[in-house]
Design a protein around this ligand. Structure first.
Ligand code: ATP
Ligand code: MG
Length: 570
């Protein structure tokens, strides 16, 4: 491709709303353009990268025995009602109606659709296992679209689904996909960790997330130095260290003016924070729920959602008016004598702590020496706590370490969750009806592009890994008005193309500085610069990453480029 013809409107400055490097650089390098909040256009260079990521994904899915299909982005409401997810996805789902007022959505994912597709045609155990996937545009009306194509409202996802006769072969299918994902993300040259995930809205048992390490990532992972354990913090288990046992004392109400926080009450009464009960006052599906955890910890919302089995969007903080109408006071909520209309849920550790300090449900008052069982009862959840620095990993006994990252892939064992609600059954060897066992597997294609940039850039621009670079080599003709330079540039360009190398020829009649800046910005891995020494067939050869120029003969430059590209694509 000749740069003089390429639609590549690079920008000197990134728009002010671009917060992270990948977002800024993809805009500046003319890879993407914003169309609306969380909705992007891919320009020629950007779309080339996306297609490379798609192609790597496709090859590894095919190699793993999965078959590509393409379903519509438009999905009927009925199948989502069958699984109960029409409500559960809630405001994140883009909904629409046709001219007959029939309801549809733009698919945020496709467990229901794939299950519906196969249910009438897969009838016998002989047709299983089956693994299907698609690479398709997905729609999610994200609460906070941000970071460009990293958290978009329209994005490309590879979603795949496995169908098996039993849990054991489902696990095998899952492991097969796990291995395919390793190959995909290795080929994308991402630095990633595989961690145990939270099953969230998908349901089912096991899940793993593939997290590209990055300080800008929205996900936090908790892992062990030894590499034996890694999970998202949503999932990571907390082994809470209980305070010393004490003799249970009599309850006593005390005046605690203005102490609406754990810090304040702990200081005022000179009681350690872990003996003060922390209250989280919530409305869940519009019904009151009081959650209590040890005062020195934070609530893990994903664990609470898992316990309640509700959708995230159905949880809100209780308003002051609601707290008062339930006979309590904001900042002084406690489990003793609270309204019977509310659900009370405690973290299990609460049942083991003696002589708690709890809110008295009155302005400026707490109750001391409150003990679970004797003074109040509640629904008990095994673990509602967020992991924190200093916590020990139950499985390995090591201290948790933490890192941030971008979730680029996610795999789930679904079990029979969707087959049972949608009615996907097969006949086994004995002619008996059985439910199909499923797994689902997602790769964030466009999000991976932004993750790759987050891991590969410098002060000058993007540094694409060879496997996904829009072009392998850029040949820069320093002065395109000079015939000798242009001719040598063309010669190198043609020679490389003949070898199947993807080449850009910068034949623009621009100042050299502009060309050098653009090529640093768009991050083509190898570069050959044709300048003043063109008459002697001498050029400069360099790599984008190192940016060190070496004078070599044109033929050497060609040979080295071919060799390097072939080596790095292996
Ligand atoms: P997140 O926790 O980041 O919202 P998710 O758990 O909702 O992700 P999945 O439902 O597992 O995501 O979707 C599969 C993959 O699709 C994710 O691993 C991610 O790479 C990608 N993805 C999800 N949401 C978005 C989005 N809004 N923009 C771009 N890619 C996305
Ligand atoms: Mg999401």
């Amino acid at each position: 491709m000749r740069l003089s013809k390429l639609y590549m409107p690079t920008l000197r400055e990134a728009p002010a709303d671009a917060e992270i490097a990948s977002h800024k650089l993809l805009l500046r390098g003319a890879f993407i353009r914003k169309s609306a909040s969380g909705v992007y256009t891919y320009l020629p260079l950007g779309y080339k990268v996306v297609r490379k990521v798609e192609e790597i994904t496709r090859q590894e899915m095919d190699n793993a025995g999965s078959q590509e299909i393409l379903m519509s982005a438009i999905q009927p409401k009925e199948i989502w009602e069958q699984s109960g997810r029409w409500e559960k996805f809630g405001p994140e789902m883009f909904k629409l109606q046709d001219r007959h007022n029939r309801d549809f959505c733009l698919g945020p994912t496709a467990e229901e659709y794939f299950t519906t597709l196969i249910k009438d045609e897969v009838k016998s155990y002989k047709q299983l296992p089956l693994n299907l996937y698609q690479i398709q545009t997905k729609y999610r009306d994200e609460k906070r679209p941000r970071f460009g194509i990293n958290r978009a409202r329209e994005f490309t996802m590879k979603d795949g689904y496995s169908f098996d006769t039993n849990s054991k072969t489902m696990e095998e299918s899952y492991m097969n996909m796990y291995c395919a994902y390793e190959k995909i993300f290795d080929r994308l040259r991402l630095d990633y960790k595989i961690v145990q995930g939270d099953n969230g809205a998908m349901g089912g048992s096991q899940s793993h997330e593939f997290i590209a390490l990055s300080e800008t990532g929205e996900g936090v992972i908790a892992y062990s130095e030894s590499g034996k354990y890694a999970a998202t913090t949503e999932k990571a288990e907390v082994k809470y260290v209980l305070p010393e046992k004490e003799e249970k004392l009599e309850m006593q109400e005390v005046n605690t003016p203005g102490t609406t926080t754990i810090e304040a009450v702990s200081e005022f009464l000179n009681v350690s924070k872990n003996k003060c009960l922390k209250a989280i006052d919530l409305m869940v599906e519009e019904k009151p729920v009081f959650v209590f955890i040890p005062g020195d910890r934070e609530l893990n919302m994903a664990k609470l959602i898992g316990f309640l089995g509700v959708a995230e969007h159905s949880i809100e903080m209780m308003s002051d008016e609601e707290i008062i109408s339930l006979g309590s006071r904001p900042g002084f909520t406690g489990p003793v004598g609270i309204s019977e209309d509310a659900r009370i849920i405690v973290d299990k550790n609460i049942t083991e702590i003696d002589n708690l300090v709890v809110g008295a449900n009155k302005e400026d008052a707490h109750i001391k020496n409150v003990n679970y069982g004797r003074d109040f009862e509640a629904e008990i959840c095994d673990d509602l706590l967020e992991v924190q620095v200093g916590d020990i990993i139950p499985e390995t006994g090591e201290e948790y370490k933490f890192a941030r990252g971008i979730e680029v892939g996610n795999i789930f064992q679904l079990g029979t969750k969707y087959s049972s609600t949608i009615g996907a059954k097969y006949l086994d060897e004995n002619g008996k009806d059985q439910l199909i066992w499923m797994g689902s597997y997602g790769v964030g294609v466009t999000r991976s592009v932004s993750a790759i940039v987050e891991q590969n850039y410098d002060e000058y621009g993007i540094i694409w890994p060879m496997t996904v670079a829009p072009y392998h080599v850029i040949v820069t003709v320093v002065n395109a008005k000079n015939e000798e330079q242009l001719a040598l540039g063309e010669e190198i360009y043609n020679a490389l193309q003949k070898e199947g190398i993807e080449v850009l020829l910068d034949d623009r009649k621009e100042r050299a500085g502009v060309k050098f800046n653009d090529r640093d910005l768009i991050g083509i891995p190898l570069r050959i610069t044709v300048g003043k020494m063109a008459m002697d067939k001498i050029v400069e050869y360099s790599t984008r990453k190192e940016r060190v120029n070496e004078e070599v003969s044109a033929q050497d430059a060609i040979n080295r480029a071919i060799e390097t590209v072939k080596e790095e694509l292996k």
